[in-house]
Ligand binder design. Structure first.
Ligand code: ATP
Length: 136
């Protein structure tokens, strides 16, 4: 019998994913973590990055704009501010967001807090572009 467990990914707008999977890889703030059935229970903060979901031998990718992962005995839950499948990503929007963020970062008299926010926005936009272009 295949070793699968339940994965649920939720965002403020929708239940992004809910199904049995054989593995999920997430980017925590401490690095990438691969979760298989019977992984030790844990809760970890997520960085901006990619969620890789393995199901029936196939792996699919989605963006993750940070959040939390919670691993229980037979269920893993990811709660994130935003998640998108590659085909959902609006490339022009992500390019515009990256450009806007770069301009803020390079603006000499920007406040530190604005620069930090712009760096997060840039990271999210570049992550979306990488996933949309499938070169993570
Ligand atoms: P923008 O500056 O373009 O609004 P953002 O990084 O501020 O982007 P988020 O706050 O991360 O956007 O997400 C808000 C909503 O918009 C989420 O539902 C997210 O999935 C969606 N979203 C953001 N950027 C894109 C994109 N390039 N393509 C598709 N959906 C996107």
């Amino acid at each position: 019998m295949a070793s699968t467990f339940q994965l649920e990914v939720v965002t403020p707008d929708r239940k992004f994913f809910e199904d049995e999977v054989s593995m999920v890889t997430v980017r925590t703030t401490e690095g990438d973590v691969g979760i298989l059935k019977e992984h030790m229970p844990m809760v970890a903060p997520l960085d901006i990055g990619v969620i890789k979901i393995k199901q029936k031998g196939k792996t699919v990718m989605a963006t993750c704009a940070g959040g939390f992962v919670s691993v229980d005995e037979d269920k893993t839950t990811i709660i994130t501010d935003a998640a998108e499948w590659p085909e959902e990503i609006d490339i022009a929007r992500a390019e515009a967001a990256a450009k806007r963020a770069e301009e803020r970062i390079n603006h000499g008299d920007a406040k530190e807090i604005d620069v930090v926010r712009a760096q997060i926005a840039l990271n999210k936009a570049l992550n979306r572009l990488r996933v949309a272009k499938d070169d993570d």
